[in-house]
Design a binder for this molecule. Structure first.
Ligand SMILES: [Zn+2]
Length: 190
């Protein structure tokens, strides 16, 4: 096949060179009302790849991006952690045949880490894409949490824009007796 980025022949959807250079993660941190949010990329640097979400190609793109970001991150993190860590994806509902968030969290399975698939579900499926802050505030996701209580979790999402979704997710988890350590996203818009 050909590399999605440089179109050279490649064994995977991104060639080795693109993975090492263009797609080399550069972690940045934002603080959303006391919640630390770490992102691996700036949105506009990988926008074309992120836009494959909900297309058949996105299945491979999101899986591959997670392998070079979330997977090494959690392996490094768990080395220095003496408590069990749980992973909660922000709304792993299936759209167009797969859940792009579940593709991200799936790569985080490891010794000492447990992925709680489908545990935080948005009841309101309104599309936030391109919508204003005001619209987002007026249309909350209305998450329900179905996972375990009394655990420490890392929250996972694909993109952070305003941070409203993560804030709402953290609030619901908090009410459910879950301690959110921090959040991880593939990309940040700012
Ligand atoms: Zn390439």
């Amino acid at each position: 096949m050909r590399c999605l980025s440089c179109h050279k022949l490649s064994f995977s959807i991104f060639c080795k060179r693109c993975k090492n250079e263009l797609l080399k993660p550069s972690i940045s941190k934002r603080n959303i009302d006391g919640l630390g949010v770490y992102s691996f990329y700036k949105y506009y640097n990988i926008e074309d790849f992120l836009l494959t979400k909900h297309t058949p190609l996105g299945f491979r793109v999101y899986g591959e991006l997670s392998k070079i970001t979330f997977k090494p991150f959690i392996r490094e993190f768990i080395k220095n952690s003496n408590i069990p860590i749980y992973i909660v994806g922000v709304d792993e509902s299936v759209k167009s045949g797969y859940s792009h968030v579940a593709l991200l969290t799936h790569q985080m399975r490891y010794k000492g880490v447990k992925v709680l698939h489908n545990s935080l579900i948005a009841q309101n499926r309104v599309n936030y894409s391109g919508k204003s802050l005001e619209f987002r505030l007026e249309n909350p996701r209305e998450f329900i949490y179905k996972g375990r209580e009394d655990i420490n979790i890392i929250l996972v999402d694909d993109i952070i824009t305003t941070g409203i979704t993560l804030k709402e997710a953290k609030r619901v988890l908090n009410i459910s007796g879950v301690n959110t350590l921090f959040a991880l996203t593939l990309a940040t818009l700012v």
